[in-house]
Design a protein around this ligand. Structure first.
Ligand SMILES: Cc1cc2nc3c(=O)[nH]c(=O)nc-3n(C[C@H](O)[C@H](O)[C@H](O)COP(=O)(O)OP(=O)(O)OC[C@H]3O[C@@H](n4cnc5c(N)ncnc54)[C@H](O)[C@@H]3O)c2cc1C
Length: 446
């Protein structure tokens, strides 16, 4: 076999994991990182795998999606998860790290692999040959333009404006009613949370006074031209949102036989209707405030959030419509990894880098592509992110709202259900990995 060679653009979380995994499979890697000469607006150092914000990799409990993802990464021999464990600091049930120590360990891992050449320069175009683009949510302008040209049209976004997503099993269906506007049969696509005038007034008061995330300077320009946060709309006038996202027109509450004063609509996130988003409620409220304010919506008093709403700078492609199931741009030798694919979060970025390495290696070595079982934390995220049926794609982190329902149909408490998801995922991944000895995966942490 000719020497295998891959260029990885971006020495962040996904790129560093990808480079190490490829190197361990005998691939020569050129890892291009633009910092420190060209800085992103959020990074502060020239180090590989710099964490731009929080130092937490989230929960470790196996019956949480974040914990299950860590277990999967361990089974697949993730290098960066191992660095994170070695750099960990006390954080209760979460894995949090000393960020400098973490970067230092990642740099040692990269340096210990002689077949990785690190080049500190900005990639302004897409390199030739086998390439993994892992340039992150703050990909430089020139490279963003090149990616835009490659994927075409409307397929590259520069900011993320996502509404919260709630767990369907935590909604009060005695209060919510199913109906599309003007739909008399009552079999509509939306769940509606009706409000009377008092409930609406109290909700608006809470919405406009709730604590918001302070945006970074680079996020305030141009960001919201296309799309306003719900609290901003509400601030324009007490009834403004009643003429927008909360308009009751065409709805009849079956309990009263009348049109509600206002209504929040919830739309299914997946075909199994296990998760719903709050239509039009993209927001900059802090996460605890979203929980407090959105739980004031009738029927959502006990709602659990699979994802909170966000609005921030974020470069990502419309993966379901422009990438194949391995995150490759069809018909090219270019694969994307990390947050630029629209998967969100530190651990997700590491996982995506690992998977990109396995699939790129599979391409080079003539092996079958790597399709992880969709029951897993990572497998379900990939399935969601590459399913052409996914509409209005917004970045997503791992969560149990996107895994297929349990087949036995038994009713379980949320805790038992999550434990059952985890157990099923572990068994399916173990079986899959056992069938893929050709990928050279060494389970466990270094
Ligand atoms: C402001 C901000 C705060 C965030 N906070 C959190 C958080 O608290 N928790 C969380 O889980 N996630 C957070 N995220 C999401 C986080 O960025 C991702 O989860 C993760 O870092 C993405 O990993 P990545 O490898 O895709 O990108 P990154 O880790 O950003 O790595 C991309 C790398 O590519 C380099 N690069 C860019 N363009 C070029 C180019 N043209 N040539 C060469 N190199 C290039 C960059 O310098 C960077 O090192 C945040 C994102 C942002 C933007």
């Amino acid at each position: 076999m000719d020497e295998m060679f891959v260029t990885v653009v971006g020495g962040g979380l996904a790129g560093s994991e990808c480079a190490c995994q490829l190197a361990d499979r005998g691939v020569r890697v050129r890892l291009i990182e633009m910092r420190p000469d060209t800085m992103s607006p959020a990074h502060h150092t020239g180090h590989l795998a710099e964490l731009v914000c929080s130092n937490s990799f989230k929960a470790t409990r196996i019956d949480s999606a974040a914990g299950l993802l860590k277990d999967e990464l361990e089974r697949m021999g993730s290098i960066l998860l191992s660095c994170a464990r070695q750099a960990s600091v006390p954080a209760g049930g979460a894995l949090a790290v000393d960020r400098e120590r973490f970067s230092e360990l990642v740099e040692q891992e990269v340096a210990s692999r002689p077949n990785i050449e690190v080049v500190h320069e900005e990639a302004t175009s897409i390199p030739d040959g086998q390439v993994v683009i892992a340039a992150g949510p703050l990909c430089s302008a020139a490279l963003s333009a090149a990616v835009h040209e490659l994927v075409g049209g409307e397929a590259l976004s520069f900011f993320d404006a996502a509404a919260p997503i709630v767990d369907a099993s935590t909604l009060d269906m005695d209060v919510l009613f199913r109906q599309s506007r003007y739909d008399e049969a009552g079999q509509g696509d939306y769940l509606n949370a009706p409000m009377n005038k008092e409930e609406y007034e109290a909700f608006i008061d809470a919405l406009v006074t709730a604590e918001r995330v302070v945006l970074k300077d680079f996020e305030t320009t141009d960001l919201f031209q296309a799309c306003q946060p719900a609290e901003e709309v509400a601030r324009k006038g007490r009834d403004a949102i009643r003429f927008g996202a909360m308009k009751p027109v065409g709805l009849v509450d079956p309990r009263t036989g009348r049109r509600p004063w206002a209504a929040v609509q919830l739309r299914a996130e997946n075909a199994d209707c296990t998760a719903y988003n709050l239509v039009g409620f993209q927001t900059n409220l802090t996460f605890p405030e979203q929980r407090r304010v959105f739980r004031m919506i009738p029927g959502l008093e006990q709602a659990e959030f699979f994802r909170y709403g966000v609005m921030h700078r974020n470069t990502f492609v419309d993966a379901p419509h422009v990438l194949d199931r391995t995150f490759k741009v069809p018909g090219t030798t270019v694969r994307l990894a990390g947050q630029i694919t629209g998967t969100e979060g530190y651990t997700e970025a590491i996982a995506s880098g690992l998977l990109a390495a396995l699939n790129t290696y599979a391409d080079l070595a003539g092996l079958e592509p790597v399709y992880l079982p969709a029951t897993g934390a990572l497998g379900s995220l990939v399935a969601y992110a590459t399913d052409p049926a996914t509409q209005d794609y917004q970045p997503m982190h791992v969560n149990f709202g996107i895994v297929p329902p349990l087949e036995d149909g038994r009713r379980r408490s949320k805790r038992d259900r999550y434990a059952a998801y985890a157990e099923r995922a572990q068994a399916d991944l173990a079986a899959y990995l056992a069938s893929r000895a050709d990928l050279g995966i060494k389970a466990g942490l270094a």
